[in-house]
Design a protein around this ligand. Structure first.
Ligand code: HEM
Length: 230
């Protein structure tokens, strides 16, 4: 076991020393949790199929539909929480332009109209949604960690996956899920600025608590990504 794997990655950033704002800290932790096959900055060893290079994946259309249905449950829940938050600071993240719920609804409608069988939501999506709902009521720092990872994962790795998977099984069709109204880089920067601002009011302990939640976000999200390969 390498030093990088035995140590909790967020501990390396838990002084905030290397990072410019809190989003940088969240990003550094997230990057270490990727496998070397997933991202250049990844530090983990790939074991499960979804941790291998995306080029080597063998996605199925049924699996991809399962993924879309389950990830929609997660975005629906996240966006409902932000609409009526238990903690007022979460309201900062209303109408960021990153919302995915309606886009996914359009994609699933398209598949239905084409006669594809759209499945019911399954346990990976339902379990993550339930966890998010609980966190949103009691743990604002941990909740923000998930908010960041869920939206930013989709714009980074998600788009790489989308391209490869679309080439293999969708005749290169681009889904609405990967389209944003407006300039994506600007939308992301606006959200980074807001996240940095919210975290300015947190103690070092609260920040570390947020960073420590990244592993849980990866665990839940990976279970959903894995559906593509089922
Ligand atoms: C960034 C790939 C899964 C969260 C990235 C980047 C790549 C990547 C290549 C770097 C983008 C850049 O150059 O800045 C992948 C692949 C995955 C995967 C192939 C396969 C399953 C995940 C998961 C999460 C996640 C499960 C968390 C739930 C993030 C975050 C960033 C990132 C937060 C930083 C985005 C940014 O700075 O804008 N990913 N990723 N990724 N990924 Fe992943």
């Amino acid at each position: 076991v390498s030093a990088a794997m035995s140590e909790k990655p967020w501990k390396r950033y838990s002084t905030g020393g290397e990072a410019k704002g809190f989003v940088d800290e969240m990003r550094l932790v997230a990057m270490t949790l990727h496998t070397r096959q997933q991202a250049q900055e990844g530090e983990m060893e790939a074991k499960a199929p979804e941790e291998q290079r995306v080029e080597e994946w063998e996605p199925t259309l049924d699996g991809y539909l399962k993924f879309l249905v389950d990830i929609k449950v997660v975005y629906d829940t996240l966006e409902q929480i932000i609409e009526k938050p238990s903690f007022p600071s979460d309201g900062e993240f209303r109408n960021t332009g990153l919302e995915r719920s309606e886009k996914l609804a359009k994609d699933l409608k398209w598949f239905e109209e084409k006669g594809y069988g759209v499945p019911e939501a399954s346990s990976p999506g339902v379990a993550y949604a339930k966890y998010l709902k609980q966190l949103s009521e009691k743990d604002p720092q941990a909740f923000i960690c998930h908010f960041y990872n869920i939206y930013f994962a989709n714009t980074a790795g998600g788009r790489i996956i989308a391209k490869k998977v679309a080439e293999k099984i969708l005749d290169s069709r681009e889904l609405e899920f990967y389209k944003w109204d407006g300039e994506l880089s600007q939308l992301l920067q606006n959200v980074r600025d807001k996240l940095n601002k919210v975290a300015e009011n947190w103690s070092r302990e609260e920040k570390n608590h947020c960073l420590g939640e990244t592993e849980i976000s990866f665990k839940f999200y990976r279970e959903i990504v894995r559906l593509m390969l089922s």
